[in-house]
Design a protein around this ligand. Sequence first.
Ligand code: IMP
Ligand code: MG
Length: 188
Amino acid sequence: MGDGQNCDSRSLSYELSGVVVSREEIAYRVAGLGEEITEFYGGDEVTILPVLTGAFVFTADLVRQLSMKIQIDPISVSSYPGTSTTSQGCSFRLPPPENLHNRNVLIVDDIFDSGATMDFLINAVSTTPLTSLRTCALLRKQRDDLPERRNLDFVGFDIRDEFVVGYGLDFDGFFRNLPDICVLRTCK
Ligand code: IMP
Ligand code: MG
């Protein structure tokens, strides 16, 4: 699935123009990430904060690769409203729970681009004293223009700076159900 599929969204035309990460590559890497994360926590309990909606597919696969006791408390941030493909600033649609005190917290997002969303989330959960705070993203875009971007603790794939959809990632709410991660291009 992927090549050449078209979508008209609010009278703009878009085209899926190639698979960036296949479902097989995703499955293999998510299993590896699960091992890395399980080993890192060494049996400690972890509270996972998936960033909805984009991280729901990734999180569903990742948590089944984790061996320690975990709790899952979804959070939701609005950062790319509607058809915008550049960050419009962040706000909570679903804020973090209030009971994170003394927990090992792992934020799980679908993609790390400018880092603004992760910075916003880290600032928000850091107002509570935590035992630890770690970050995970399935995808990280190469952004040589942003050398000051923060480091993530766990990353699935580094990809080129292109707008991608599938495996939970959307454009204007569409394409989350694609099993592969694909590039979305504007049709001229
Ligand atoms: P950042 O705040 O610039 O790091 O962007 C991160 C957020 O923007 C992610 O949680 C995604 O929701 C969204 N995002 C960034 N790049 C893409 C993309 O290529 N496709 C779909 N969503 C994206
Ligand atoms: Mg997001």
